[in-house]
Design a binder for this molecule. Structure first.
Ligand SMILES: [Mn+2]
Length: 241
């Protein structure tokens, strides 16, 4: 029985980074089919302005995702802070199943908590306030009702603004808050956590009460390299592309 499971996040696919799109299409066509399941833990796209946007490179990405799911790899997705507007139409077009912001899965009889990671960065109060506002149905339907050209323009402006805002924030504020990590592990009664978002790939070992716990941070993708975390049924390994 196939027990291989892949995890990826933070590809930030966009028109101006064709190397990453190329690498991702190669991954979907030649590597991901070995996996029983693929979990995409958010920020697959650098910006998602609505499922009605089919400007490049979105059609080729959708096509390869659909091919992969039709070949038998079940694809799950947790939305990130960049692609939180991704909706059911995209999922129907690709065969992806959307998961909640926190999802508990089981690997080798161990509960593993999955999340994008932005909800763990509770020291960034300004971001958390924006997040709360932008998850309201009224806020989202208001945005999605705008014409596509206006949303494309707004996304460019938002990316510039985000770059500008980040410069003023310390590294600590933009990393996860350890107390929040422990609260979530307690809530879901497990000791393993996998997330992305921070672009600080690592495996952190710590004690949750008296139990050994671990937090795996996935790699972001750059022009130079991509990466996926692979579970082979017994252990994890990071594979570079
Ligand atoms: Mn993110």
């Amino acid at each position: 029985m196939n027990t291989i499971i892949h995890f990826i996040s933070d590809l930030h696919l966009s028109l101006d980074k064709p190397e990453i799109t190329r690498r991702f299409l190669h991954y979907l066509q030649h590597i991901a089919p070995e996996a029983k399941s693929l979990y995409i833990l958010g920020d697959l796209f650098d910006a998602w302005i609505g499922d009605d946007n089919n400007t490049p490179p979105i059609p080729s990405i959708k096509h390869s995702l659909k091919q992969l799911s039709e070949q038998g790899t079940q694809i799950y997705m947790i939305r990130g802070n960049r692609d939180f507007l991704l909706g059911q139409t995209f999922c129907q077009d690709t065969g992806i199943e959307l998961l909640a912001d926190f999802a508990l899965i089981e690997l080798g009889n161990q509960g593993v908590l999955l999340t994008h990671g932005d909800l763990l960065c509770t020291d960034d109060l300004a971001y958390q306030a924006f997040r709360q506002k932008s998850r309201q149905p009224e806020w989202q339907s208001n945005v999605l009702a705008k014409p596509l050209w206006l949303r494309l323009l707004a996304a460019r402006w938002y990316r510039l603004r985000s770059h500008y805002h980040k410069r003023g924030k310390t590294q600590e504020i933009m990393d996860v808050n350890q107390a929040t990590v422990e609260t979530m592990l307690h809530t879901y009664a497990c000791v393993w956590l996998i997330h992305g978002h921070t672009h600080r790939p690592d495996t952190h070992h710590f004690l949750l009460d008296t139990q050994p716990a671990q937090r795996i941070v996935l790699s972001d993708w750059t022009k130079e390299r991509g990466a996926y975390l692979s579970w082979d049924g017994v252990k994890f390994s990071e594979q570079l592309l």
